[in-house]
Design a protein around this ligand. Structure first.
Ligand SMILES: [Zn+2]
Length: 296
């Protein structure tokens, strides 16, 4: 899928330990003797499959575990939000421990900021919502998370979106200056090189002229940015993202960009140790889609 939103969930049970939901034990999670973690495929379609969990490691530290590729359709919303929302779960405790809440809330903000940067998601409604907000919008099932919890500690999804927006504005790559027509130098060369990786054919001369400006405006409009031909932080962030526009997400580009190593990782997680080549990747992806269809 092409993620256009993020849905925040919490687990609805008093168990803040990641090992309850994520397995098997990797040495950090700890052992779950019941082997009832959520990141496993079930042929009867009863599996809940979310993209990540935030909770406690065996040593008590807070961590995020990714359990699906961000661009793979999950099963977390109980509604149509599954088709385009990344869904992550925060492991609930008894809901009254402010110290635990503050830590997992901060972790959730950081994860959301990262995802917003990768997929150019604006930190606003309806892009960033919780399960209960999804219900109100008609795209998720009737669950109360996370609004049965956040307000107990003075937070809400509004504060969450505000905190994500603030973090996003603060985490700007310092090495990428604002560039516009007339600018010259190494950073202009970087910009031209980056634009060329998105299919533009600019001469990399370090001189920001008409052609660079036209290419930049085109890139900006294709990526929902203000097409003003000025390269600012948000444009740099997308230029630096390994992800391209939907039409450009092909196996060939994935190989070229090195993204294939990640696909390789996930396919191996699903199918065991397979040497993934450009040739058999299509077959593996098709098989995976069939598995998804069967599970629906
Ligand atoms: Zn939920």
């Amino acid at each position: 899928m092409i993620p256009t939103g993020i849905m925040v969930h919490s687990t609805g049970a008093n168990n803040p330990n990641l090992k309850r939901y994520v397995g098997p034990d990797d040495g950090f999670l700890g052992n779950n003797p019941n082997n009832n973690h959520w990141n496993q495929y079930k042929p009867d379609g009863s599996a809940k499959c979310v993209h990540a969990f935030i909770g406690k490691l065996a040593n008590g530290e807070i961590a995020t575990y990714q359990t699906l590729p961000w661009y793979m359709r999950g099963m977390h919303a109980g509604g149509t939000a599954n088709t385009n929302y990344i869904g992550f779960e925060i492991c609930e405790d008894g809901l009254n421990d402010k110290n635990y809440f503050d830590k997992v809330y901060k972790e959730a903000v950081e994860l959301t900021v990262t995802l917003c940067k990768i997929y150019n998601i604006k930190p606003e409604k309806p892009n960033i919502i919780c399960h209960s907000e999804g219900k109100a919008m008609g795209i998720a099932s009737a669950h109360a998370d996370v609004m049965h919890w956040f307000p107990k500690h003075g937070k809400s999804m509004d504060t969450f979106r505000d905190d994500v927006a603030r973090e996003l504005n603060n985490t700007v790559a310092p090495n990428y200056p604002v560039l516009k027509k007339g600018d010259k130098g190494e950073s202009v060369k970087t910009l031209q090189n980056k634009l060329n990786t998105f299919g533009y054919n600019l001469v990399v001369d370090g001189d920001f002229g008409n052609k660079t400006e036209t290419a930049l405006k085109d890139f900006q409009s294709k990526n929902n940015l203000t097409a003003d031909g000025i390269c600012r932080e948000k444009t740099w962030a997308i230029l630096n993202s390994p992800f391209k526009t939907p039409e450009e997400i092909t196996i060939e580009n994935a190989v070229k960009d090195g993204v294939i190593t990640e696909i390789d990782y996930w396919l191996n997680a699903l199918y065991g140790k397979i040497a993934v080549s450009k040739e058999n990747l299509k077959l593996l992806m098709d098989t995976y889609h069939e598995v998804c269809q069967a599970a629906k």
